[in-house]
Design a protein. Structure first.
Length: 642
C-alpha cells in the first residue's frame, strides 16, 4: 500500500509538471505574439515618422526612421529600403543589401517586393541566377494580386518554355489570353502562333472506361460577374445579383467534364448500384446530357465515381464554372457581346433542338478550353449555397458553404430558356431536392491544390456546418446601399456617400505607387461638399497628395483624420472641399484630366494618377441617394435593417 501511495504522488507531481509545462508553453507563445504586435506598432510608427521627415525635406532623418521601421519588420519600409539600395542616390547602390531587404519584404507577402525578387533572380542582381526561384516569386506576386500585364506575359513564357517550372501549354495560353486582352503586343503575337487544338488534346483524360472525359484547366485569375447595372433586371431570378464584379484568383489546377454527364454515364452508376434511379436507357438518349436529376442525386453519382476511381470528384464551384465558361474572355458570351446563331441550344438560339429537347453532347463547337455546351442544352448544378450577391464571397474560388444551403446555384441556361440566360455571368438557383427537365450537371476534379486554398476551403466547410440555413428572402436589408451607373459605383450609408470608377475594381489588389494601381474616389460628405480621396497599396493616403490638378486648376487635399471633436462627432468631413469652379467643370462633364502628384522619399515628384472622368452622373443621382439615406436611417431607428 505504501508503494501505491508513492506511485500516486509521483503521478500527481508529473501531472502538475506537465500542466506547468503546457502553461509555460502557452505563456511563451502569448509573449511572442505580444512582442510581434509591439514590433509591428513600432515599425508603423517609425514608418510614419520617416514619411513625415521626407515630406518636410529632412532626408537624413527620414532615412534614419526608415531603417528603424525596416529593422522592426515593417514590410513596406523593407521594400522601400531595398529599392533605395537598388537605385542608389541618397545611399550608395548595393545589390546585395537591396536583395536582402527586398527578400525580407517578400517573405511577409509584399507583392511589389515579390515581383522585384523575380527580377533579381532572373537577372542575377545581388544573387546567383535561379529560374526556379524566379518563377516562385513571380507566382507569389500574381497570387498576391499583381495585375501588371507584363507579369502575366512573363508567367505565360515561363509555362510555355518551362523556365523555372514544368511546361504547361494550357496554363501558358491562359495567361497569354489575359495579357493579349489587355493589349500586350508580344502576347498577341505569341498567341497567334499557338496551335489551340494541340494544346486541348494534351489536356484530355479519362479515369475509367465509363467515366466522363475530363479536360485539365490551368490555375489563373479573372474578373467574375458584371458591372452592367441593368443586368440584374434581365436576370431570370431577380433575387440574385451577379455583382459586385470582383477579382478571383484560382491558384489550383483542376479538371472539368468535357461534356455534361450523359444518360449512358449515369446508367453505368445505376447498374453498379451507386445511383438509385435509372433514366432513359434508349440508344437515342444515351449521348444526351442527363437531366431531371436533383443536386442530392448528383451527389450519389459523385460518391460512386469517387469510390470507383479513388479520385475526389465533385461539382464545380460557381467561380470555377464561370472561369471555365469564359475561357479567357471578359464579354457576356465567349463569342463576344452577343450569341451568334446556331452556336448553342436554347429558346431562340437557332438550332434544330431549340425549345424542344436537349441535344446530343458535342453538337456544338467547344469553347477556348475545349469544353462543350457550357452554355445552353442543359443547365448545370454547382456546389455553392445560395447568397443574394457576391458580397462576402469566399476567396480563391472555393465553394460558398454558408448562406441558404437548402438551395444551390446552377449555371449556363438550357434548351428552353432565352439567350440572355446563357450569359456567362447569369445565376439561377433551385432547391437541392428538386428535379427539372432542363437541369443536369458536369463533374469537376481537383488535380493540384494550393495549400492556402485548401485551408480556406476547410474553414468555409466548417463554417457552413455550424451555420443555421436561412433563406435569402428572410435577411434584413442593409442600411447602406450601392448602385452602378455608366461604369461608376455609388456607395452610401445613412450619413455619407461616395463613388469610384467601376473599372478600378481590381486595384484593391494593386501594388506600390504605380499610377495603374491607384484608386480615385470622389466623395460627398454630410455637409454636402465634394472632396477627393486616393487609395493605393490598400490604404488611404490623403496626406501624401500635395498637388491635385483638375484641368490645370490646382486643388489642395488636407490630411485625413479620425480625431473627434468635443461633441463626439467625427471630423472626417474637414477635408478642403473642391472649389466651385472645379465642381462646375466636373458636373458639366467637360473635365479632360485629373492629375495627382506625390512627393517621393528622395524629394522627387511622382504622378500617382492621370484620369479622365466627370461628375455628371454623380450630380444627377445624389438626390435619389439622399432620399435613400433618409429612409434607411428611419429603418435603422426602428430595427428594420441591420
Amino acid at each position: 500500500m505504501r508503494y501505491f501511495h508513492v506511485i500516486v504522488v509521483i503521478c500527481l507531481l508529473m501531472a502538475v509538471l506537465s500542466n506547468s509545462a503546457v502553461a509555460q508553453e502557452k505563456s511563451v507563445k502569448q509573449m511572442k505574439r505580444e512582442v510581434k504586435a509591439a514590433e509591428q506598432r513600432v515599425g508603423a510608427q517609425a514608418y510614419a515618422l520617416a514619411k513625415d521627415a521626407y515630406d518636410k525635406g529632412n532626408n537624413e532623418e527620414g532615412l534614419k526612421y526608415l531603417r528603424q521601421a525596416a529593422d522592426a519588420g515593417h514590410a513596406e519600409s523593407q521594400y522601400i529600403l531595398g529599392m533605395k539600395y537598388y537605385n542608389g542616390g541618397q545611399i550608395p547602390k548595393d545589390d546585395r543589401l537591396s536583395f536582402e531587404w527586398t527578400e525580407k519584404a517578400a517573405k511577409q507577402g509584399h507583392v511589389a517586393a515579390a515581383f522585384q525578387m523575380y527580377s533579381k533572380y532572373i537577372r542575377g542582381t545581388g544573387v546567383e541566377k535561379n529560374e526556379k526561384k524566379a518563377h516562385k516569386y513571380l507566382r507569389q506576386s500574381m497570387e498576391g494580386g499583381n495585375t501588371d500585364v507584363s507579369a502575366k506575359f512573363l508567367l505565360a513564357q515561363n509555362y510555355w518554355y518551362g523556365w523555372g517550372t514544368k511546361k504547361n501549354p494550357l496554363l501558358a495560353v491562359n495567361w497569354l489570353r489575359q495579357a493579349a486582352a489587355e493589349g500586350h503586343a508580344n502576347a498577341i503575337k505569341m498567341l497567334e502562333s499557338v496551335s489551340q487544338d494541340e494544346i486541348v488534346k494534351q489536356s484530355v483524360f479519362k479515369s475509367c472506361d465509363v467515366c466522363p472525359t475530363m479536360v485539365t484547366l490551368p490555375e489563373g485569375a479573372f474578373l467574375m460577374g458584371v458591372h452592367d447595372p441593368n443586368s440584374v433586371d434581365l436576370n431570370t431570378n431577380k433575387n440574385l445579383t451577379n455583382q459586385p464584379r470582383h477579382f478571383v484568383n484560382l491558384p489550383h489546377t483542376f479538371a472539368l467534364g468535357q461534356t455534361e454527364v450523359t444518360h449512358a454515364q449515369w446508367n453505368a452508376c445505376v447498374g453498379d448500384k451507386g445511383c438509385a434511379r435509372p433514366v432513359d436507357t434508349t440508344q437515342e438518349k444515351a449521348n444526351h446530357p442527363v437531366t431531371y436529376v436533383s443536386w442530392k442525386e448528383a451527389q450519389e453519382y459523385i460518391a460512386w465515381i469517387s469510390k470507383k476511381t479513388n479520385r475526389p470528384y465533385r461539382l464545380p464551384t460557381e467561380s470555377e464554372w464561370e472561369y471555365a465558361a469564359r475561357s479567357g474572355v471578359s464579354t457576356a458570351y465567349p463569342y463576344g457581346i452577343s450569341l451568334p446563331p446556331a452556336r448553342a441550344n436554347c429558346k431562340g438560339c437557332g438550332s434544330q433542338w431549340d425549345n424542344q429537347s436537349t441535344a446530343p453532347v458535342k453538337s456544338f463547337a467547344p469553347n477556348g478550353y475545349g469544353l462543350y455546351e457550357m452554355l445552353g442544352n442543359a443547365a448545370e448544378w454547382t456546389d455553392d449555397c445560395v447568397n443574394k450577391s457576391y458580397k462576402g464571397k469566399p476567396p480563391m474560388g472555393i465553394s460558398w458553404a454558408t448562406g441558404y444551403c437548402e438551395e444551390r446555384i446552377h449555371r449556363g441556361g438550357a434548351w428552353d430558356t432565352s439567350p440572355k440566360s446563357l450569359r456567362v455571368y447569369n445565376r439561377e438557383y433551385q432547391k437541392v431536392g428538386d428535379r427539372r427537365l432542363n437541369l443536369g450537371f458536369r463533374l469537376a476534379l481537383t488535380l493540384k491544390e494550393f495549400p492556402k486554398r485548401a485551408e480556406a476551403a476547410k474553414a468555409a466547410t466548417a463554417a457552413g456546418a455550424n451555420q443555421e440555413s436561412k433563406s435569402i428572402t428572410q435577411k434584413k436589408p442593409s442600411c447602406s446601399g450601392r448602385k452602378e451607373i455608366d461604369g461608376w459605383k455609388f456607395f452610401w450609408t445613412h450619413d455619407y456617400f461616395y463613388l469610384k470608377p467601376a473599372l478600378y475594381d481590381i486595384n484593391d489588389y494593386g501594388i506600390g505607387y504605380n499610377k495603374k494601381y491607384v484608386e480615385l474616389t470622389i466623395s460627398r460628405g454630410s455637409t454636402g461638399n465634394y472632396f477627393m480621396m486616393f487609395k493605393f497599396g490598400g490604404t488611404y493616403h490623403l496626406g501624401d497628395i500635395y498637388q491635385l490638378y483638375v484641368d490645370g486648376i490646382k486643388v489642395y487635399v488636407g490630411q485625413w483624420t479620425s480625431e473627434t471633436s468635443a461633441d463626439g462627432k467625427s471630423q472626417r468631413d474637414n477635408l478642403p472641399s473642391l472649389t466651385a469652379d472645379v465642381i462646375q467643370k466636373m458636373e458639366s462633364g467637360k473635365v479632360a484630366e485629373v492629375r495627382a502628384v506625390k512627393r517621393n522619399y528622395d524629394d522627387t515628384e511622382v504622378i500617382l494618377i492621370s484620369a479622365k472622368f466627370s461628375l455628371t452622373d454623380f450630380a444627377k443621382h445624389h438626390k435619389d441617394i439622399d432620399q435613400h439615406r433618409q429612409i434607411t436611417e428611419m429603418k435603422k431607428q426602428i430595427g428594420g435593417c441591420r
